[in-house]
Design a protein around this ligand. Structure first.
Ligand SMILES: Cc1cc2nc3c(=O)[nH]c(=O)nc-3n(C[C@H](O)[C@H](O)[C@H](O)COP(=O)(O)O)c2cc1C
Ligand code: SF4
Ligand code: SF4
Length: 330
């Protein structure tokens, strides 16, 4: 492949500046709003039709492997309890099989205080699962406290499909958000995660879930997002996209493996054309974090970024796997 940069022609610098100033003014206005405008959503408790689930589906979306690792551990624990558990990648899942299950768990990473658009899109198109127990879990990189919104968002969509909410949980991990040296305070603080205590949390969440279902209890949760919070988080992606000063594919290095294409939640990367559709891109870094050939070229405010596998290699980090993975094959 040749290394020509085929990025689309961009707006004139004058237009871009005008755009930037306009949006910055909106953001500043948003941040000064009072906290009293609140939009809240109390999910309706649904009657649980199942007390003794026999077959569970754990559906995950995962870019750097943390969410699917927690999903796999949940599947192992359910198996120990005599429940058949299937772990599936949301991106490849055919929804027509959903009616085969009597317990459904959905896992996602937290991206920009919420779930990625492909996860919400998948859940919005869920077939009816009336009375089936449902639970959500997320993996996150901190700081703690902003994960509840993502958990509620998933449960609300599962609830809309008729599922009865029985649990939600957030499990911490290394933040997969690339910074030029991967040494933000968050990354330093989370570098050893998941540890034994994270895995204990996963075990206790799964056990509580099963106990709650056997008692026929669903949970009531209330999502309350202030307008100020919404306006504070919405421009995050926009600001990050502005800070990404270069995003393309190096055709000399690209080995055509398609990992970036498979990871991209919005179909924005075309390695064969060395083209990234930056209007579509949601700045999730999935392409960078999964390219095995260092061929995804991204610069953040002019500084070259490298992806998650390279970060693990440079820091000599080995991620701890739970003991259950040695005895269970899924
Ligand atoms: C683009 C991006 C945005 C993120 N935003 C948040 C966030 O708002 N809050 C948070 O706690 N972690 C955030 N993270 C960290 C991820 O949620 C965390 O690393 C997660 O475990 C990744 O899961 P995965 O390995 O399954 O993809 C973000 C990571 C990326 C790449
Ligand atoms: S092009 Fe890369 S950063 Fe943009 S949305 Fe796709 S995977 Fe994410
Ligand atoms: S992941 Fe990297 S090597 Fe594979 S197709 Fe994409 S850019 Fe090319």
């Amino acid at each position: 492949m040749n290394s020509q940069n085929t990025e689309r022609p961009r707006k004139s610098s004058m237009d871009t500046r005008r755009d930037f100033i306009k949006k910055s003014v909106m953001v500043c206005a948003a941040l000064s709003l009072p906290l009293t405008f609140a939009e809240s959503g109390r999910a309706l408790p649904r009657e649980l039709k199942i007390r003794n689930p026999k077959r569970a589906l754990i559906l995950c979306y995962s870019q750097t492997g943390f969410t699917s690792r927690y999903g796999k551990l949940i599947a192992c624990i359910l198996k120990e309890k005599g429940i058949t558990a299937d772990l599936a990648d949301m991106r490849k899942y055919d929804k027509k099989h959903i009616s085969d299950y009597d317990l459904i768990l959905v896992g996602s990473p937290v991206f920009y205080y919420d779930i990625p658009p492909n996860v919400s899109g998948f859940l919005t198109a869920m077939p009816k699962i009336s009375g089936i127990p449902v639970a959500s879990f997320v993996s996150y990189g901190g700081p703690e406290g902003n994960q509840y919104n993502a958990l509620c968002h998933m449960l609300r969509l599962l609830n809309d499909a008729g599922g009865a909410a029985v649990g939600m949980a957030a499990f911490r991990s290394i933040p997969s958000y690339p910074t030029p040296n991967w040494d933000s305070a968050n990354q330093r603080a989370g570098e050893h995660l998941p540890d034994a205590s994270t895995y204990r949390q996963v075990r206790s969440f799964t056990e509580q879930l099963i106990e709650r279902i056997s008692r026929g209890e669903s949970i009531i949760y209330e999502s309350e997002i202030t307008v100020r919070e919404i306006l504070r988080t919405l421009p995050l992606i926009w600001f990050n996209k502005k800070a990404i000063t270069k995003h393309t594919v190096d055709g000399e290095k690209c080995i055509g493996c398609q990992a970036c294409v498979k990871q991209c939640p919005v179909g924005a990367i075309h390695p064969e054309k060395q083209f990234v559709d930056r209007d579509r891109c949601v700045a999730c870094f999935g392409c960078l974090n999964n390219c095995p050939a260092d061929a995804v070229v991204m610069e953040y405010t002019g500084k070259r970024l490298y992806g998650f596998p390279e970060y693990l290699k440079r820091r000599k980090i080995t991620i701890l796997e739970p003991a259950e993975f040695q005895s269970y094959r899924l």
